[in-house]
Design a protein around this ligand. Structure first.
Ligand SMILES: NC(=O)C1=CN([C@@H]2O[C@H](COP(=O)(O)OP(=O)(O)OC[C@H]3O[C@@H](n4cnc5c(N)ncnc54)[C@H](O)[C@@H]3O)[C@@H](O)[C@H]2O)C=CC1
Ligand SMILES: O=C(CO)COP(=O)(O)O
Length: 363
């Protein structure tokens, strides 16, 4: 396991409790020592006893020795630099590579599985991603939870899903990597919006409206970028959206709440002790949205609040685009966007034809 923060350590516990031999790689030697000796990670998982079989090291080469599955759980913006260090250690290996991360890379807009494929230059069938309503501390307390493992290869998804399950953690599989990854990224942005309105003091109607319209934005965006709409109705979409928007444990939700209470973006970044992926993903997601002609009014407004260009109190009235024409409730991947969905469907059919019948946009 590369990364011993809250999710890496929790996922390591899931694997160890499922019977796997787990070695954690921690950046700090003291943390590796605490995991080895006290079976604790007191900074990220206070009060949690880790499995006796779990070990840790701060030497990357030691962590990688004989690994059959490599799980990645570092902040998304640091993944590429970490992969550069990992690459020589994986040159002889056919280990499965599993991303646990929920961000896109600033600058390139790439999903984590794409960054992995670029940097490791490995067969995409070896790559899987895990996502779902997975607040780390709840799972570390062994509260029953479901997740989804996705890979282009059904076989890889099943191998990883078999390793990553135990009495309190149930994994499902799918082959829609794009939808599974974007679900995890996009729900963070909606959770920031929910945090903002919570911080302002608005109530349940406002939040339910944002969650519902947020799911529409998530689905339109993901489908326009090659995802299956059903994935966004599943654990990696709706499931994670509910968990993250409801829970004070969510760092994205917390960051939003601080913004809603009037703290500036810089103050929020200073106060956050842990990774809030949504803050770095807003700009690249909006760039991709513009390129794929998808409207994301909620995410646009989150960006305006982050940039200090919108008073948090004003975010809620602008759930839809600012025009006077009443907007249909149906989504872009339905029909009501004035032809954009039809154009994209035709484009996909054309791409599919060009690629000899294989599904266009597939990872
Ligand atoms: N915490 C959670 O409940 C969940 C988190 N995730 C995702 O997991 C990923 C990791 O998040 P968390 O573990 O929660 O974050 P965290 O903030 O708890 O831990 C991040 C870890 O990465 C290390 N780190 C920071 N910068 C680094 C660098 N440049 N190189 C290597 N390591 C570095 C930190 O020392 C720490 O050990 C994120 O993409 C997050 O969205 C996904 C599901 C649940
Ligand atoms: O991804 C998560 C829950 O599924 C964790 O959310 P946060 O990163 O907002 O804490």
């Amino acid at each position: 396991m590369i990364g011993a923060g809250s999710w890496g350590t929790t996922f390591g516990k899931i694997l160890a409790d499922g019977g796997a031999q787990v070695t954690m790689w921690a950046r700090r030697a003291e943390l590796a020592q605490e995991i080895n000796e006290a079976k604790r990670n007191s900074r990220y998982l206070p009060g949690i006893n880790l499995p006796r079989t779990m070990t840790a090291t701060h030497e990357l080469a030691t962590a990688m020795q004989g690994a059959e599955q490599v799980y990645l759980s570092v902040p998304s913006q640091s993944l590429r630099e970490n992969l550069k260090a990992l690459r020589p250690l994986l040159s002889e290996s056919d280990a499965k590579i599993v991303s646990l991360m929920k961000g896109v890379e600033r600058g390139t807009g790439l999903r984590m599985s794409q960054v992995i494929q670029q940097e490791l230059r490995c067969d995409p069938d070896r790559i899987a991603v895990a996502s779902g309503p997975n607040l780390a501390l709840e799972i570390a307390r062994e509260q029953p939870t479901a997740a989804v493992i996705s890979s282009r290869s059904q076989e890889t998804a099943e191998i990883v899903a078999r390793a990553a399950r135990n009495s309190y953690f149930r994994t499902f599989v799918n082959t829609d990597v794009i939808g599974t990854e974007f679900g995890g990224v996009l729900k963070n942005l909606i959770a920031v919006a929910i945090g903002i309105v919570d911080g302002v003091g608005y109530g349940e109607n406002t939040k339910a409206s944002i969650i519902t319209r947020g799911l529409v934005e998530m689905t339109d965006f993901a489908v326009a970028n090659g995802a299956h709409p059903e994935t966004l109705q599943g654990l990696a979409g709706l499931g994670d959206l509910i968990a993250t928007c409801q829970s004070p444990l969510s760092r994205n939700n917390t960051a939003g709440r601080l913004l809603g209470q009037g703290y500036s973006f810089q103050d929020v970044v200073k106060q956050m002790q842990q990774t809030a992926e949504g803050l770095a993903s807003v700009a690249p997601i909006l760039q991709l949205a513009r390129e794929s002609e998808v409207d994301m009014p909620i995410v646009e407004q989150v960006k305006m609040v982050l940039d200090g260009k919108m008073d948090p109190r004003d975010i809620a009235p602008h759930l839809t685009t600012d025009d006077d024409t009443p907007q249909g409730e149906r989504t872009n991947h339905g029909q009501a966007d004035g032809g954009g969905a039809l154009r994209r469907t035709l484009q996909r059919a054309f791409d599919q034809f060009r690629h000899g019948g294989r599904r266009a946009g597939r990872d």
